[in-house]
Design a protein around this ligand. Sequence first.
Ligand SMILES: [Zn+2]
Length: 156
Amino acid sequence: MRTQRQIVDYSLQKRALLRDLHNGKIGTLEVCDASPYLKNAARFHGEPTEDRCPVCRRDNLTLVHYIYGDELKQSAGQARKLAELPVLAMTLREFQVFVVEVCQSCSWNHLIEQYLLGRDALTADEWDQGVTAAVASASGRHRETGSSSHRWEGGE
Ligand SMILES: [Zn+2]
């Protein structure tokens, strides 16, 4: 999604955890502990992937997207289908997305990524269209964030 920003990637932590698991430093039960709620969320709102579970290799992983933010009110903390996120991103200024991968066979689960969505970013993207791509690769994502707050502060 092109409006994703402040992306935090947890793949290093995941790799370290899986290494510990394969070395026998931690047990399967410690990492395969998805709650019934998480597994339900995976079943009803999850995004299927082609990736095999790194622990049991019996099933493909499902991605669950949890949303958080003041604007969401009672919806905060709920799992949403991936297809719903662009719609929310058009209506809300800013909200946080946490992506959790889940194996519905062995209950392996891990936070893989978090990022911000919302129309603040959409506006910034449109504003910076063309320029952002070139500059972002040189100076990272901070510039994008800076320009969006510059535009909105004091405005509304
Ligand atoms: Zn599994």
